[in-house]
Write a protein of this length. Structure first.
Length: 453
């Protein structure tokens, strides 16, 4: 019988959705951090539960053909990336298989579907246009970086290979200024200190928005700090103070104070220009976003007579792309500032055939349907929890010709596909896109068509 403390040699047969290697000992599942499929390893059982055990990697007896030396020196501490020890081509296959396995688990009918290979990146580094780092104090020194894997302990880093070098410089200089002007990091235990987090947003022109998240509005020497920041880091176009007074692990609060610049930056997807505020959602990887959204628009196959719904529309990225081809696009989004940006974006791009609604999709959509506003094509891009059941139910009532689903979570995607299948839709296309190289995350675009009776 398997027990904690035992030493075992095992073959890693899979990698789960969190990036842990999967082994089986007498058909009992064991999860092992930092192990990948094909590894032959020695492990120590550190925890035994009813249905699985957790093992600690002690020694790699024989490495997988897909194992590489992590290109980042912080990989074994940092929780930001899970797959930096796996060859990039193997990561792309892993992400495709993740989607297939989730669909099988949900009994999705894939008989008529084309499951495409994951669209990867030629150079999968320095791709993030937004990063959020924790600010803390350790051994009386200021440290800034991501959280350690599975904890809220800050890992002190001097550079992140996923964000721009300009963002690296800005973070490190801000750290120096905190030391210089005796700015204290916020301590969750004592609830004392000022700076909680640093968020950096960047655009394709390498311009930066620096967001300083503080526990209180009072921020000692902030005017001097901002002056030095913009003098030293020329790429900084705006500095925003965000107030997060709640002692919780949420990165940002709801109040913003613009300390320098306009409090926004602009970025582009194709020919369209978008305004980005501190709290609005904009896809993290601009190069892959263009591929992701182009795929979605291609699957939508819109014409000038089509009414299109863009549900969970954010700042209107997909809406404006769809509006070039459709008669009218209706966008729905819960975050008010995102809708403000979406309307500005439509105006700035001379797009006049869009209409945006603020509110919960599960409430807005039935109201539109009751007013006989019905879509020929529906595009949904929900958060990780997927679509609310009322959203799916209203889509089914509308009976659009096509539903294009953009997902960041294969599990909830599969659940919602199954619901649409049961209402007469057929899965036609599945396209994984690697928005987040070196992590377990995968974006997917699927096309579902109504089966004509």
């Amino acid at each position: 019988m398997l027990e904690a403390g035992q030493i075992k040699e095992v073959e890693i047969v899979d990698v789960n959705y969190t990036g842990q290697g999967v082994a089986k000992i007498d058909n009992f599942v064991v999860f092992i951090d930092k192990a990948i499929e094909g590894d032959h390893v020695e492990i120590k059982i550190i925890e035994k539960k009813k249905n699985f055990a957790v093992g600690k990697l002690l020694k790699i007896k024989e490495p997988s053909k897909d194992r590489i030396n992590p290109p980042c020196e912080y990989f074994y501490e940092c929780g930001g990336c899970q797959l930096m020890h796996m060859d990039y081509s193997a990561q792309l296959l892993y992400k495709k298989n993740r989607i297939i396995n989730e669909m099988r688990r949900s009994s999705v009918n894939m008989d008529c579907a084309v499951i495409n290979d994951t669209i990867g990146m030629e150079n999968p580094f320095r791709y993030r246009n937004k990063t959020a780092f924790s600010v803390a104090k350790k051994n009386k020194e200021i440290i800034i970086g991501p959280y350690e894997q599975g904890t809220y302990n800050t890992v002190d880093i001097s550079s992140c290979m996923l964000q721009s070098s300009e963002a690296d410089k800005a973070v490190q200089f801000f750290k120096e200024l905190m030391v210089k002007y005796h700015i204290e990091a916020y301590d969750k235990k004592t609830e004392k200190g000022t700076v909680r987090n640093i968020v950096i947003r960047s655009n394709s022109r390498k311009e930066l928005m620096l967001i300083i998240v503080t526990a209180t509005e009072n921020f000692h020497n902030k005017d001097i700090i901002v002056k030095e920041l913009i003098s030293h880091i020329k790429e900084i176009k705006t500095v925003v103070q965000n107030i997060n007074s709640k002692n919780i692990n949420l990165v940002m609060g709801y109040k913003n104070i613009t300390l320098y610049g306009e409090g926004i930056i602009n970025d582009s997807i194709g020919e369209l220009i978008f305004t980005i505020s501190p709290e609005t959602f904009f896809q993290i990887n601009p190069l892959q976003t263009e591929k992701l959204y182009s795929t979605a628009i291609g699957y939508a196959n819109l014409n000038k007579n089509d009414i299109c719904f863009d549900i969970y529309c954010g700042i209107g990225t997909i809406s404006l792309m769809a509006a070039k081809r459709a008669k009218k696009v209706y966008g729905v989004e819960i975050i008010e500032q995102s809708i403000v940006n979406a309307r500005e974006n439509a105006l700035n791009n001379n797009v006049i055939n869009t209409e945006f609604f603020t509110g919960e999709a599960e409430k807005i959509l039935p109201v539109l349907y009751s007013k006989n506003i019905i879509a020929d094509v529906v595009i949904v891009d929900p958060p990780r929890k997927g679509c609310e059941k009322e959203v799916i139910n209203t889509i089914i009532k509308m009976s659009p010709q096509r539903v294009v689903y953009v997902s960041c979570n294969p599990s909830t995607l599969s659940r919602d596909i199954k619901l649409l299948e049961s209402a007469g839709y057929e899965l036609k296309q599945v396209q994984p896109v690697d928005q987040f190289p070196w992590t377990t995350h995968v974006e997917t675009v699927v096309l579902m068509s109504r089966v004509e009776s």
